[in-house]
Design a protein around this ligand. Structure first.
Ligand code: GSH
Length: 208
């Protein structure tokens, strides 16, 4: 496995969870940051399977689609559950996180000025689902007793939401504790404190 390479724009965006997961798993990776003006020339876009980034390379394996990349890392690093049942639940949670990520992206990119306040008002109706799963599992993770790729994905999405609304987890004790514990994992803490992480905006349009 590895060495890994990420080709993406200079944002956290759809690589936030991937980078946090690689950092926590003790992996090193190469970053190829693409300037949007270069992207607009079209050659790289034409070479991407779905015409979009991120592109991820694991040796000779080339992957697109951020959730497929997370799943690949889950398989490589034993972060995809201990059996088929756990893996199915991890997939389910990842799809639920994707639904929230898509809603967040729509608000950020298409209706930030008019949509931010209603989005924050409705947010508890989405977070409560993750709170219930986290509280029921009792291990501090979504599924099983160690972090899976879905935990890294949820962690990244929650960090973004805490920037949007710093009090959004105040009524969700299990999620709040999850974010605190994930943030304190030594390799994650070092990564979140790094310039490589801090220099990147969350989203491509500067809204957060
Ligand atoms: N479902 C894809 C979405 C990828 C995506 O939306 N990529 C955006 C940046 S976050 C992109 O490449 N935009 C430039 C374009 O579409 O030309 C994934 O999860 O990787």
């Amino acid at each position: 496995m590895g060495p890994y390479t990420i080709t993406y724009f200079g944002v956290r965006g759809r690589c936030g969870a991937i980078r946090i997961m690689m950092a926590d798993q003790g992996q090193e990776w190469k970053e190829i940051l693409i300037d949007f003006a270069d992207w607009m020339k079209g050659d790289l876009k034409a070479s991407c399977v779905f015409g979009q980034l991120p592109k991820f390379e694991d040796g000779g394996l080339v992957l697109y689609q951020s959730n497929a990349i997370l799943r690949h890392l889950g398989r490589n690093h034993d972060a995809y559950g201990k059996d088929g049942k756990e893996a199915a639940h991890i997939d389910m949670m990842c799809d639920g996180i994707e639904d929230l990520r898509l809603k967040y992206g729509k608000m950020i990119y298409q209706e930030y000025d008019t949509g931010k306040d209603p989005y924050i008002k409705d947010l508890p109706n989405h977070l409560d689902k993750f709170e219930a799963v986290m509280a029921k599992n009792k291990t501090g993770f979504l599924v099983g007793d160690k972090p899976s790729f879905a935990d890294y994905n949820l962690f990244d999405v929650l960090l973004n939401h805490l920037v949007l609304c710093s009090s959004c987890l105040d009524t969700f004790p299990s999620l709040k504790s999850f974010v605190e514990k994930m943030s304190a994992r030594p390799k994650i803490k070092a990564f979140l404190d790094s310039d490589a992480y801090k220099k990147l905006p969350i989203n491509g349009n500067g809204k957060q």
